[in-house]
Design a protein around this ligand. Structure first.
Ligand code: GLP
Length: 240
């Protein structure tokens, strides 16, 4: 894993945005694997600004997102579909039939997992953006998730629900389940860019980079991927 450490989140965001913009310009039909959470918002903001200034073209770009909450409905303001529209898709010229998120709204969640695996086999990310949970989760693959799993339904860890409660009115409103790409789907990406900032990620970052490769710290599996770039700020890097 190549590690890039920045003075602050702003510089980190700029570095990741520059890479994405360059790849989209060089390969207009690129498939991007996208993430939600607060970490990538600054990057999406820079992509939007660049699109407005330089007309970078997303009309032939395909995207696949890591995950979605179960049973809050696609149009709920805190669904990951709404998040992606609000923070990126509504502001660039991407075609909405080329963006993909797992379907957390259906009654047949097993079928939704299968359908998403099919989408992922047809659209392997050239670049997958990842954040990391405070407990080392990637996507919504919580500690203990077998590395060979594909898209599946997860019960969210209490820590994850608490971490994400800031987006909801109360902890009770945070969904208890999600549908997520599995570790195996994530490992299929041709290149992975993992981003982390802030001291609350420092322990997970340290374990990911130099701890044992273990299902107890899902991000540690990235040590086995041949093309991972880790972009972190000084705070997140303070234990390495
Ligand atoms: C959620 C998402 C993850 C994300 C993580 C970290 O659980 N499913 O993809 O990496 O949160 O979130 P944040 O970036 O807000 O710290």
């Amino acid at each position: 894993m190549n590690i890039h450490i920045y003075k602050n989140k702003k510089e980190l965001d700029q570095a990741v945005a520059d890479i994405l913009i360059e790849h989209v310009r060089q390969n207009p039909t690129i498939t991007l694997g996208l993430a939600t959470g607060s970490t990538p918002i600054g990057v999406y903001d820079l992509l939007i600004k660049d699109h407005q200034m330089n007309q970078t073209d997303y009309s032939r770009v395909t995207t696949v997102n890591l995950d979605e909450y179960v049973k809050i409905g696609k149009n709920h303001p805190e669904s990951y579909f709404s998040f992606m529209k609000k923070n990126l898709f509504d502001h660039i010229n991407i075609q909405m039939d080329q963006v993909h998120l797992p379907d957390g709204e259906t009654d047949d969640l097993d079928q939704a997992c299968e359908a998403y695996n099919l989408v992922l086999s047809q659209h392997i990310p050239d670049i997958q953006i990842l954040g990391i949970g405070g407990n080392g989760h990637i996507g919504f693959n919580e500690p203990g998730t077998p590395f060979d799993m594909k898209t599946h339904i997860v019960k969210l860890a209490e820590k994850t629900r608490k971490d994400n409660a800031r987006f909801f009115e109360s902890l009770d409103d945070v969904p208890k389940e999600a549908i997520t790409m599995g570790i195996q789907n994530i490992m299929d990406a041709r290149k992975i860019i993992l981003m982390a900032s802030g001291a609350n990620k420092a322990e997970a970052v340290k374990q990911m980079l130099s701890g044992p490769i273990t299902e107890q710290l899902p991000a540690s599996v990235l040590q086995n991927h041949p093309n991972v770039e880790v972009y972190i700020d000084k705070e997140a890097a303070k234990l390495i």
